[in-house]
Design a protein around this ligand. Sequence first.
Ligand SMILES: NC(=O)c1ccc[n+]([C@@H]2O[C@H](COP(=O)([O-])OP(=O)(O)OC[C@H]3O[C@@H](n4cnc5c(N)ncnc54)[C@H](O)[C@@H]3O)[C@@H](O)[C@H]2O)c1
Length: 159
Amino acid sequence: MKVSIFGLGYVGCVTAACLAKGKHEVIGVDIMASKVERLAAGHPTVVETGIEEMIAEAHAQGRITATTDGRAAVLASQASIICVGTPTGRHGDMDLTALRQTAELIGQAMCDKADRHGAGGAGRGVGAVRDHHLKLYSQYGDGRMKFYGATFCAGAGTL
Ligand SMILES: NC(=O)c1ccc[n+]([C@@H]2O[C@H](COP(=O)([O-])OP(=O)(O)OC[C@H]3O[C@@H](n4cnc5c(N)ncnc54)[C@H](O)[C@@H]3O)[C@@H](O)[C@H]2O)c1
């Protein structure tokens, strides 16, 4: 399967490495050009035991690319996994801005896509915005998108 991964921080980079090792094709997406450039050159964006080799091997076999163009990544993939940050806001609440922006971007890209597209969330806050995702996807995706909310647990030594 070809999967676009939004957010190339710890969770996104580890997810990219694991999916690519499982022979899936991965398109990494981030708003930070420096992270996109690192992954596109075959290097991880985070430090984790074994990840350098996993990414390098998958990159050499053409299974990892990266871009800042989220819309193009949705159009070129069959599913998207959202791993963007959900930092703690000023009042201790969760800042869901990036999560909402990404959900909206994926939903809008669906307007130009004839095929079905799967979307999943990995990380804190995904459950909280599940209804928001579903609303956007049904609004834009015309019922062609399925959303899978998942609590992804990543920590040191995940690989
Ligand atoms: N790191 C962990 O061990 C861990 C464990 C459990 C849950 N989580 C959750 O997983 C999620 C991701 O965590 P992380 O540690 O990887 O975060 P992170 O801050 O390391 O990485 C988030 C990435 O998202 C990118 N980003 C922000 N807005 C974006 C956008 N609109 N489009 C594309 N990319 C965007 C940032 O540039 C950054 O590279 C969070 O919700 C976090 O709470 C993390």
